[in-house]
Ligand binder design. Structure first.
Ligand code: NAD
Length: 261
């Protein structure tokens, strides 16, 4: 994969999968715009990008705000002149409770970040790609976009919606040379996964982690870098006729149907 001379824009780039994608793009020659609502986290990632001898721009934005989204798109184009690869990745997990008890405000908050945030990213990046005649987008969905996870209705609904957005946008812009795909990670070793386990099993998060890892066919979670590698593949010319697809990175979990602990 070679992204020399290209520009990658990554939301949720301050942590986890997004950070790993920023660093991977840097190692493969791209200039990187790092977007996060935590500006210090975005700046830390930008430093890692610069250590990999690439150009970086750290931008604070809340992806639920249209003004912020328009701001990160404009700043990236002002600085770098174009957007070749867009990783629409910022997301939150939400609380865990049955649908019959799920807090309404929590539900709305998850949908705002995971669905409206992803929509707004597409809404304001795609016109730039259409004007230039090409580009690649990867939306970070989840295996929760393909199958249910008990207690996570907001997250599951939001990630199913991200896959719906991916398929719809892919069809709309395919003739303009733009590809739109989704990556569907299973459990990944990130802060978000740890927070989820602490929420589900506050008395024994380590025990839950151990059981959850044991239920993985590979016996372990993915690393953020393993997900980032698939994101880069989907953005690269190696995937030049792949669009509207969902790429699962879950250590075989969804294929083999291991029980969710
Ligand atoms: P993370 O919490 O490590 O990183 C998410 C980043 O997004 C954080 O830096 C956070 O500040 C940022 N963010 C959150 N809300 C934002 C907002 N409104 N505006 C701007 N930035 C915001 O999480 P992660 O695990 O790297 O998650 C990245 C993506 O991967 C998410 O979409 C998540 O749903 C998805 N995912 C994660 C896992 C997992 O196991 N960790 C599995 C499947 C899918």
């Amino acid at each position: 994969m070679d992204f020399t001379g290209q520009v990658a824009l990554v939301t949720g780039g301050g942590s986890g999968i997004g950070r790993a994608a920023c660093v991977a793009f840097a190692h493969h020659g791209a200039a990187v715009a790092v977007v996060d609502r935590e500006v210090s986290a975005a700046e830390e990632t930008a430093e890692l990008v610069r250590k990999a001898d690439a150009t970086a721009l750290a931008l604070r934005a809340d992806v639920t705000s249209s003004a912020d989204v328009q701001g990160y798109v404009r700043r990236t184009v002002d600085e770098f002149g174009r957007i070749d690869c867009f990783v629409n990745n910022a997301g939150i997990g939400g609380t865990v409770a049955p649908v019959a008890e799920y807090d309404e405000a929590d539900f709305a908050a998850v949908l705002a970040v995971n669905v409206t945030g992803a929509f707004l990213g597409l809404r304001h990046v795609l016109p730039r790609m259409i004007a230039r005649g090409g580009g690649a987008v990867v939306n970070t969905a989840s295996v929760a976009g393909l199958v249910a996870t008990p207690g996570a209705s907001a997250y599951v609904a939001s990630k199913h919606a991200v896959i719906g957005l991916t398929k719809t946008a892919a069809g709309e812009v395919a003739r303009q040379g733009i590809r739109v795909n989704a990556v569907c990670p299973g459990p990944v070793d990130t802060g978000a996964m740890r927070r989820l386990e602490e929420q589900i099993a506050p008395d024994d998060p380590d025990g839950l982690t151990a059981r959850n890892r044991a239920a993985q066919p590979t016996g372990r979670y993915s690393t953020p870098e393993e997900v980032a590698n698939v994101i880069l593949f989907l953005c690269s010319d190696l995937a030049s006729n792949t669009t509207g697809a969902q790429y699962v990175v879950d250590g075989g979990r969804s294929a083999t149907g291991s029980a969710t602990p």
